[in-house]
Write a protein that binds this ligand. Structure first.
Ligand code: GRF
Length: 220
């Protein structure tokens, strides 16, 4: 099998994770790191009280906090953030509930090695309040997507999606919880693909060495 990168040969794929909050996806990534063939080198948050920082410390992973409030512009914050990230020389940067819009310079610096997870079946419901919008639209299935990040918000090439049913009694909260459970298997799966050298971003979208993308799995 032809691999897209030599990560498999050169050792474990190094990952930096960016968070702003609870970090339940980060926890799933930590728990699956050995099996997935990657190593989380650092966790960085723009919020000092993000519980994900505690999760990282408990796992012995270096952490950093950089407040966006200390910078006059988005570009200055992103530049300082890049300086911290690059100290860890990551093969991959993973956004896991990082609640910031990224500048063009940031996205271009990490092009092809920057992933995000979004709580909807993209391209449906890009942006915020996805669960309530899915209920309002009366969809029968909802879910989460992992995609390469480009300058278009939630618009980069979709790699994989996990879908769940929407029930008649669902609230935005109950639906969010069902989707989040799927996020916790979806994200480690995609990061493991990248770590194995099986995944890359091309001009025509995301490509896997063996699997047609976007890979969409339904969970009932
Ligand atoms: C998840 O719903 C993810 O899809 C979105 O932000 C949330 C992060 O949750 N991007 P957590 O911090 O990983 O628990």
């Amino acid at each position: 099998m032809t691999l897209f990168t030599d990560q498999k040969e050169s050792g474990r794929c190094s990952v930096v994770v960016l968070i702003s909050g609870s970090g339940s996806n980060l926890q799933a990534l930590i728990d699956c790191a050995d099996e997935g063939g990657y190593s989380i080198r650092a966790v960085i948050s723009n919020k000092a009280d993000a519980f994900g920082l505690t999760r990282a410390k408990q796992a012995g992973i270096p952490t950093a906090h950089l407040s966006h409030l200390a910078f006059a512009t988005r570009e200055e914050f992103d530049s300082a953030l890049m300086d911290i990230i690059d100290q860890f020389e990551p093969d991959l940067v993973v956004l896991a509930g990082f609640m910031r819009i990224l500048s063009a310079a940031f996205v271009s610096h990490y092009a092809g090695r920057l992933l995000n997870i979004h709580p909807s079946l993209l391209p449906d419901f890009a942006g915020v309040n996805t669960h309530q919008r899915a209920l309002d639209a009366k969809v029968t299935r909802h879910g989460a997507s992992v995609h390469f990040v480009t300058e278009e918000l939630d618009g980069g090439p979709v790699i994989a999606r996990h879908s769940v049913p929407v029930t008649q009694t669902d609230t935005a909260e109950s639906l969010a919880a069902r989707v989040l459970q799927q996020e916790h298997t979806l994200y480690p799966k995609v990061v493991a693909w990248f770590a194995a050298g099986e995944l890359r971003m091309t001009e025509s979208g995301a490509q896997h060495t063996r699997i047609p993308l976007p890979d969409t799995q339904d969970f009932d």
